[in-house]
Design a protein around this ligand. Structure first.
Ligand code: PNS
Length: 176
């Protein structure tokens, strides 16, 4: 019997509990799920590709049919290379829809036989994004419950010096 493989592409900078929720859902309906981290030379990421891969490997070790890979170039080309029949993407709110629809239709234009499947993460993650997690963490706010504990620790390791510097600057500005 043919295996049904899906590719879940993204930046995952950092991976969040919303991503994990979607991976868990995807792993239930596809025989095989590939989490594909885009190596994007145009973006200045917080975490390197290998750091993100390590975090995602750890987060997904419980799922036997999920594996983490990295790719560059077009998502559709990578999907075909890995023999995926579908691209999995999460839709949190209506605001995601326009961008996701555009991407899905462009991907369909490029490779009509490849389907995009949208899934909704649990409601408690509907406002959650990697960008907001980065911003809140960078400004010293709590991200507890939004990312796995291991990701929280790695964010802290990376950002503690930045947070301390910002606090120091604010303190000094307050004094003058
Ligand atoms: O997590 P993100 O940043 O929302 O993921 C966006 C991603 C990686 C899925 C998208 O930027 C992408 O597919 N990039 C690869 C290049 C590509 O295929 N571009 C055409 C998309 S229609």
């Amino acid at each position: 019997m043919n295996k049904f493989t899906a590719l879940y592409p993204g930046s995952f900078d950092p991976p969040t509990n919303g991503h994990l929720d979607l991976i868990a859902r995807g792993s239930k309906i596809f025989d095989e799920l590939i989490v594909g981290i885009l190596r994007n030379p145009e973006k200045e990421p917080l975490f390197s590709v290998s750091e993100r891969r390590n975090m995602l490997d750890e987060m997904t070790s419980q799922f036997r049919n999920v594996r983490v890979e990295t790719f560059d170039g077009l998502t559709v080309d990578y999907a075909l290379k890995t023999k995926a029949s579908a691209i999995l993407r999460g839709i949190r709110a209506i605001s995601d829809y326009e961008y996701e629809l555009q991407m899905a239709l462009m991907n369909r234009k490029l490779h009509p036989e490849l389907e995009t499947v949208f899934m909704m993460p649990a409601e408690q993650y509907s406002y959650l994004s990697s960008r907001l997690v980065r911003e809140v963490a960078q400004l010293g706010g709590s991200i507890q419950g939004l990312v796995p504990e291991m990701v929280e620790q790695r964010l802290r390791q990376k950002l503690d010096p930045v947070v301390k510097l910002l606090r120091h600057k604010t303190f000094k500005a307050g004094k003058s």
